[in-house]
Design a protein around this ligand. Structure first.
Ligand SMILES: Cc1cc2nc3c(=O)[nH]c(=O)nc-3n(C[C@H](O)[C@H](O)[C@H](O)COP(=O)(O)O)c2cc1C
Length: 217
């Protein structure tokens, strides 16, 4: 149902309706965190209400502190709240990000997903938009497999997977239709403008479909 000042453009977009977007991620050394922040900023600029959430760290503090980049990222993101099941229940759209771990998602994010059985069983994770992103150490390095691994869970939730595809000219630049993906060159390459534009394109598409689905519900 379209209410208030909402209206449809000739292309079928629903504008001016506020949707809730949860961006949930794990990041050890900061690349995924930077993409998550870019997506949060983009979604907010598009009028969405955003919850940016990191999942809990599982590695012992001594292990984190032994690696300067890991320690620095933990300190830089200390103020970002930890994700809870309620953040997903609350959201119209969920964007999840994880660094590649041997072509799969990080155990920290998997541990969070594995706490969601209760809300899943109540059907509270269904009928939402879901989308995924990642970062790797090497070019490609498991980028697509990691995002696809995330979508396994999205399907079990009864989610509506919104991938960027090649729906924007920038996707022919970044070349990944599955989602935003950075490669950090073994820790030497910061998230750059190409990846940031990918993040903005993906966030925009997620907000667009979250609005359309919310309006139709
Ligand atoms: C245990 C482990 C496994 C990894 N596996 C891969 C991999 O399969 N392919 C790859 O390109 N990078 C791999 N990496 C590198 C990270 O995915 C990469 O550095 C990523 O950008 C880190 O993201 P973050 O800065 O958000 O933590 C691995 C790193 C660790 C610690």
């Amino acid at each position: 149902m379209i209410v208030g000042s909402d209206h449809r453009t000739p292309l079928g977009d629903v504008v001016n309706s506020q949707v809730k977007v949860a961006i949930v991620y794990y990041s050890a050394t900061g690349s995924v965190a930077a993409i998550a922040q870019e997506m949060a900023d983009a979604a907010e600029k598009l009028g969405a209400e955003v919850r940016l959430r990191k999942v809990a760290e599982l590695a012992p503090r001594a292990v984190v502190e032994a690696k300067p980049e890991w320690k620095a990222n933990a300190e830089a993101t200390a103020d970002i709240p930890e994700a809870t099941a309620d953040d997903l229940v609350w959201a119209d759209a969920v964007i999840m990000g994880s660094p590649t771990r041997f072509g799969n998602i990080a155990s920290q994010l998997k541990q969070f997903l594995d706490t969601l059985g209760g809300v899943w069983q109540q059907g509270l994770l269904a009928d939402k938009v879901y989308s995924g992103f990642t970062s790797t150490g090497t070019l490609h390095g498991g980028q697509e497999s990691t995002i696809l691994a995330l979508t396994h869970t999205f399907h079990h939730f009864g989610g509506i997977v919104v991938a960027p595809g090649y729906t924007h000219p920038h996707k022919f630049v970044d070349g990944n239709p599955y989602g935003t993906a950075h490669h950090d060159g073994g820790g030497t390459l910061a998230v750059d403008e190409t990846t940031r534009e990918s993040a903005r394109v993906q966030a925009e598409r997620v907000v667009k479909f979250a609005r359309a689905i919310s309006a139709a519900a």
